[in-house]
Design a protein around this ligand. Structure first.
Ligand SMILES: [Zn+2]
Length: 134
């Protein structure tokens, strides 16, 4: 027992213990990443939804200023015009491809080379194509 204590006092063992203490932080990082992915699905404040007026929505990955309405699932926010085409394609959906009950509202303020364009209407979430404008 005394020998072990002496070797600790010489510092070598103490130095060795520090890295093993910091080795617990990668585990904390993994736990933080896990909880972050669940908290990203919690609704945040957003300007009133253009469809239902609800003021809370889920963040959309890759789009800092776009939210998916918590109540109706509509897309609300602003982004670059090119980015908005990854959310809603600039194409009409096939006439009978989407059940009216399945279509989703979108209202996006888009900044493009021609200035700010408002893209709003309804789209088919399965194909991301437009079913109705305005
Ligand atoms: Zn809504």
């Amino acid at each position: 027992m005394k020998r072990a204590k002496n070797s600790n006092d010489h510092g070598q063992a103490g130095v060795c213990q520090r890295p093993s203490l910091s080795a617990s932080s990668p585990t904390e990082d993994i736990m933080a990443t896990t909880s972050r992915s669940t908290t990203s699905r919690s609704p945040e404040f957003m300007p009133a939804c253009g469809c239902c007026g609800h003021e809370r929505g889920f963040p959309v990955e890759g789009h800092a200023d776009v939210r998916t309405c918590e109540r109706c699932g509509g897309l609300n926010g602003r982004c670059y015009l090119g980015q908005s085409y990854t959310l809603v394609l600039p194409q009409w959906d096939a006439p009978d491809a989407c059940d009216p009950a399945d279509q989703q509202y979108f209202d996006l303020e888009c900044l493009g080379s021609g200035g700010i364009t408002r893209r709003h209407g309804w789209f088919n979430p399965a194909t991301r194509k437009i079913t109705q404008v305005g």
